[in-house]
Design a protein around this ligand. Structure first.
Ligand SMILES: Nc1ncnc2c1ncn2[C@@H]1O[C@H](COP(=O)(O)OP(=O)(O)OP(=O)(O)O)[C@@H](O)[C@H]1O
Length: 285
């Protein structure tokens, strides 16, 4: 099933390439560094001069062991963390230079879906208000006008419109994650970052959300970044994969070529996946 998704994703890339739309990066990160002060007075280098580019309609995977700097990188792209040095360009314009209306527009263009979205939801808010909250925050909608818009986005993510009146605790983890995707979509972004967004879900739910994301990407020409520990998921969803190790990008490889990756750390990462797979197979037998 995952292999099938991969084919669909690659087709999207190929069709974009044939239209000549892969020339200018939608997002570009140049020599990005982030250091955090340590209690002993030293500095922790969470990102050490990371550079990469991402094109419209593309899906980029970022993998690496815990603590290698993936979330720090994502937070800098989201402007939730200030880089220590380096530059981030959105549509060819330096993000840090945008102010006022342009900065707001920039915030609208990049949205993020986290692993446990239910923690970010206010338990007293209905699903309609949760989905439309970004519109309230941007002054694009008045409270009380949410239902029709929420229903449209609920249906877009494969949920019945009646979910609009529910509360977060009245939904399953998979349904909550679909609501989180609807909430990310409501501002009509260009780029969506997924930080372990499907890791906590059952494999079959993960698979249906993966299909939904591929469908939405095709329909809306969305650009995705996936941060995940699950290499099989990354391989099926992405065009390219960046492998991070101790704050650095040690390898960049086409997702289809991931098994041929050369860096010793990437090979170790892949071996670990195959060992887990073999272990699972043994249990099944
Ligand atoms: N606000 C912070 N203050 C100090 N150190 C931080 C801060 N945020 C992250 N770090 C440190 O920076 C390094 C990179 O953390 P980061 O969360 O980016 O890793 P990660 O690759 O996303 O890990 P995981 O896969 O476990 O989420 C870690 O050593 C972490 O402890």
């Amino acid at each position: 099933m995952l292999t099938q998704l991969n084919k669909e994703v690659v087709m999207t890339k190929d069709s974009l390439a044939s239209k000549g739309e892969v020339g200018t990066p939608i997002l570009e990160v140049k020599s990005l560094c982030k250091t955090f002060p340590l209690p002993n007075g030293g500095l922790l280098e969470a990102c050490k001069g990371v550079s990469w580019s991402l094109w419209r309609g593309e899906s980029l995977g970022i993998v690496g062991e815990s603590g290698c700097g993936k979330s720090t990188l994502m937070k800098m792209v989201m402007r939730m963390l200030e880089p220590t040095s380096g530059e981030i360009y959105l549509d060819g314009v330096r993000m840090e230079k945008r102010t006022g209306k342009e900065a707001r527009e920039q915030r609208r263009k990049i949205q993020m879906v986290f692993q446990d979205s239910s923690q970010a939801f206010d338990p007293r808010m209905t699903v309609a208000d949760i989905i439309c909250e970004p519109l309230y925050n941007f002054g694009l909608l008045k409270r009380g006008e949410a239902t029709n818009i929420a229903i449209r986005y609920l249906e877009m993510v494969g949920l019945d419109g009646s979910f609009a009146n529910r509360y977060p605790h009245e939904m399953s983890g998979g349904q909550r994650q679909r609501v989180a995707i609807a909430r990310a979509l409501v501002l009509e972004p260009d780029i969506i970052l997924f930080d372990e967004a499907t890791s906590a879900l059952d494999v079959s739910v993960q698979d249906s959300i993966a299909k939904l994301l591929v469908k939405l990407q095709k329909e809306k020409n969305l650009t995705y970044i996936f941060v995940a520990h699950d290499i099989a998921f990354i391989r099926s969803m992405c065009h390219r994969v960046l492998v991070m190790y101790y704050g650095e990008v040690v390898e960049e490889v086409a997702a289809k070529q991931l098994t041929k990756a050369k860096h010793p750390y990437t090979q170790k990462l892949l071996r670990a996946v195959f060992e887990v797979t073999r272990e699972r197979q043994r249990i099944v037998i």
